[in-house]
Write a protein that binds this ligand. Sequence first.
Ligand code: SF4
Length: 215
Amino acid sequence: MDKNKQAMVMKKVERTMQALAKNRIPAVYAPTSAEAVKVVESMMKEGDTISCGGTVTLRETGIRDLMQSGKYHFLDREAMDPEEVYAKTFAADVFLTSANAITEEGQLYNVDGRGNRVAALIYGPKKVIVVAGVNKIVRNVDEAILRVKTTAAPPNALRQDMGTPCQSLGACVGTKGEMCAGCSHEKRMCCHYVVTSWQKTERIHVVLVGEELGY
Ligand code: SF4
């Protein structure tokens, strides 16, 4: 990344972190994935029961390796019955996930299929750690909606070979960002649209990573 682009990204990061703090969502910045692993490690205690949503970011940063290190009681849906994991996650000490977008106005935007990820984000686990690359920062919720429909969903559908319109067309059927437009495909990934704008207790924490991560 050249110097000018780097400076612009850092301004966006600062605006976003300030706005998140205003909305009672504490945020820290980690310049690299390696730093992000250390930050996340400092936010969890050995022996904690931990769980996570389906996310490419945790794998790319190396945070999933930390989760699997044996220091924690990891409810791993790749190694256990997923339904059992979803139920037990509500009583977990820590839930880790990414976000589909984070706005410069201090909101988290997430779109979910089953709903287990956004459910645990909203309620249940004592602490939630949201790890996201700087590529997830957008100006506002309208841009967040558009980001999912044009940037996040198509490669995600392709990765899982969902056969949805966003896979075959390269963007959602509603490319203008309309909230209600979507497909009628049986494998539709977008069922629950959640904007997190404020929290009453400081349960959700954000780690912004200075790299492009996930979708
Ligand atoms: S609503 Fe359907 S086509 Fe649109 S992004 Fe979601 S899965 Fe893809």
